[in-house]
Structures are given as C-alpha cells and as structure tokens.
Design a protein around this ligand. Sequence first.
Ligand code: NAD
Ligand code: MN
Length: 474
Amino acid sequence: MFEYAPAPESRDVVDIQPSYGLFIDGEFADGTGKSFKTINPASEEVLAEVATASEEDVDRAVQAARKAFGTWSAMPGSERAKYLFRIARIIQERSRELAVLESLDNGKPIRESRDVDLPLVAAHFFYYAGWADKLGYAGYGANPRPLGVAGQVIPWNFPLLMLAWKIAPALACGNTVVLKPAETTPLTALLFAEICRQADLPPGVVNIVTGAGETGAALVNHPDVNKVAFTGSTEVGRQIARSVAGSGKKVTLELGGKAANIVFEDAALDQAVEGIVNGIFFNQGHVCCAGSRLLVQESIATELLDSLKRRLGTLRLGDPLDKNTDIGAINSAAQLAKIRELSDAGELEGADRWSPACSLPDKGFWFPPTIFTGVAQSHRIAREEVFGPVLSVLTFRTPAEAVEKANNTPFGLSAGVWTEKGSRILWVASKLRAGVVWANTFNKFDPTSPFGGYKESGYGREGGRHGLEAYLDV
Ligand code: NAD
Ligand code: MN
C-alpha cells in the first residue's frame, strides 16, 4: 500500500461554542433541565455541553410550533418555497463548515460528510422547496392540508441528512416542527437552527430540543403533537407505536435493517466488490440499509472473497478529518460494545472471522472492517442488525435459494442484486420483500426516490412524492 502524507481538513472553519441551549421560538434559550456532553468519538475530546430538554422545555417548543402553525400553514406555498430554497442555498454556502462539524461530532470520514451527506442535505431542501407550491398536483387532492405540529426524533448515523429528510417535507407541506437530534450528535442540528435564523424563517416554524430518550419520549407523547416521525431502532420504534396508538397522531417509523446483497455468478466481479465495500463499510456500517448479508453464488464465492479481502487491505482507517480516510470512528462506546458483542457471538457460534491487518488509534472508538464466512442463517450475525463494519457471508446455488435466504429476516428495508441479466434483476426484485432494491449498485440515494421498510423495518415512506403523504392530512 502507498504511504500517504496526512491531508487533514482544517477544523478552523467551524466555531464550536462551549455550551448550547435549546432552539425555541426562533431563539436560543437555556433549558430548565440538566445538560450533557457531546464528544468527538475519534479522540474522546469533549466538544460542547448541550442542554437536556425537560418535559417543560418540550412543552414550550410544542407551543411555539403550534403558534407558528397558523401563519406558516396559511402562507402560499410559493412563499414557503422561498424560505426552503434560501435554507438550501445557505447549506451549500456553509457546507464545508457543516461537513467538518458533522465529522467531528459523529466520527464519519470527511470524504463522506463532504461528498455524500452535505450534497444530499441541500438536494433534499431544494427538492421539497419545489413541491411547496405544487401540492395540489401531488395526487393527494386539489387542496391538501398540513397536519399541524410534527414531533421528529432522529438517530446519530446521518444527523444532518436525517434532519433534512424530516424537516424539508414537513415545512413544504405547511407543518411546523419540533425536532430532537440524537444525544451523541446534536451539534449540526444546532448549527442548522442558526441557519434558520440566517434565512429569516419565522420564529417557531423549526424548534430544536436536545436530550436523550426521555426528551424524545416527552416529544412524541406530547398531546398537542399531530404527527410523529421517528428514525431509530426497532425496539424504540415499537415503544413509540404502542404509546401513540389511539391518540390520532399520524406516525411514520424508519427502523433497522439486515439487507441482503446478492451476487450472481455472471456479475461484473470488480464492480460487485466495490458495491459490497460501499454497502457495508460506508459510514462504518452505521447505515440502516447497509448490505450486511452478502449472498454469493457458490461457483464464484472463493474468487469473490479473495478480491474482497484484497480490496479491504487498501482501506484506510483513522482520523475522520483526514481526506484520505475511508473508515472513521465508531460513533460511541456503547455502539462499539454492541459491535464487539455480536462479533464475539459470531465466533462462538462457529463462523470464521477475518479482518485485514490494520492498526487502530489508541484513543477513541474503533473497529476494523470485518468479514465472517461460514455463516449459517440461524447465527445472530445473520439475523440481528450489527450497525457496524461487519459483513456476514452466506452462499447460494440457485436464484430461488437466493431469494428465500434474502427474505429470511424480520427486516425488509433494502437489498442489492448483482447480475448481467436484466430479466433476472426484475425477477429477483419482484420477489424481494424490501423497500429499496438496488441493481448493480448499492447505497444510492436521491431526494426524488421514496425510502422505507417492510416488516420490522417500519412503515411509511420518506423522500419523493410519496414522502409528502406523511405530512398531509390524507
Ligand atoms: P435509538 O432508537 O436508540 O435512538 C434513536 C433516537 O430515538 C435518538 O434520538 C434517541 O435519543 C431517541 N429515543 C430513544 N429512546 C426513545 C424513546 N423511548 N422515545 C422517543 N425517543 C427515543 O437508536 P440509535 O441507537 O440511536 O440508532 C441506531 C438505530 O437506528 C439502528 O437500529 C438503525 O437501523 C436505525 N436507523 C434506521 C434508519 C432508517 O431510515 N430506517 C436510519 C438510521 C438509523
Ligand atoms: Mn458526538
């Protein structure tokens, strides 16, 4: 492997304050509760102290959103669009600052936050800005109405992108929002709050409350919230579904996944190897739609695995702010413990574990890219979501066997198919019980394309025209 000189992105472009309050009614205000620290998972350095929103703070935020709903929902769509376009342009202008802050707080490589997350965040706001004055043509009636106040709770793996997925369609449809970012990654949402002020967004249209699960629960259970949007674990999703049942709140849940990435013997192998790497090692595998189960046709399994291992030997793990870095830090000590526990279970259950030679930094949370072969469908690493850089490899002989194994999971968020034959792509895709099926590619996102799950991966769709439905009274 070539020696690369370090090429760190400067962190001077971002100004991190020592402490942050809550963003309510267009102002930053102290919380009435305690506070917590957010750290850089690559160094364990404390980045800032952030307020924990109490039930009372959440109530103030919901009231602010309720008050703003009247004027925001009555505004012509073409006027709301101007604010969304303005926000999208400011995101582009400040994208370097946002990307550096995202990498610092989350641990993801700057190459990804800069080239994937931020362009998609801006694209999402541009896309839904375009819908704001065309809602009558979206297929939900001539004059579809917004729902009211949306309570939105998001995870830490794509902090700003998940914020965009939630806030852009909600605002375009005329709703106002209270959003809670994840407790390990609150900083880009707070910078987004500043961007709302810069865009002169009317006070109360967007409110940001920080905190952990209790704050999230206070938000989704608040009686004056009309719509709940949650992305996170299946376990918490289930809890939320139970607690809002019968309340009349509209709910969308985007939960976990255990996607099959299926490689047939006629596939272009070098491209498939790149797709497998992108499928499971992108964002340290902290991706709900990650291709965490590789299903490879038996006749090419040895050849494919040899190339895959060679390719893994070239991945660079280390400083997320280094522009050469492919694999950054695991987001938290808790997530690292979960990845270790499931990987140890894989070994104990008899699968073969492999990682390339790779030295891990002394400080921070790290896990090397890992492959398990000889995995049986009953193994925990084949059934449970690891949410880390761990690939389970299974083999199959016939297309029917591939489909059966791919669908043998409680999840159904995404899948991948690699083959030269177009007819096989269509046949397999029609049989897979997964919300998104990628053909000869993986982890491709676009604001125009709906995303969401089957079975325990949740319900409702985000993105595209379909994503409007979740925020309209239809
Ligand atoms: P998590 O469910 O613990 O947390 C997600 C968010 O919910 C956080 O903001 C957290 O503070 C909040 N929360 C926790 N308990 C809550 C409660 N009782 N009520 C309300 N809110 C509560 O999940 P996580 O560990 O932060 O994220 C990883 C999980 O998210 C993985 O399982 C992954 O598959 C899933 N995920 C899914 C998608 C998707 O689009 N389907 C996207 C990203 C992540
Ligand atoms: Mn952090």
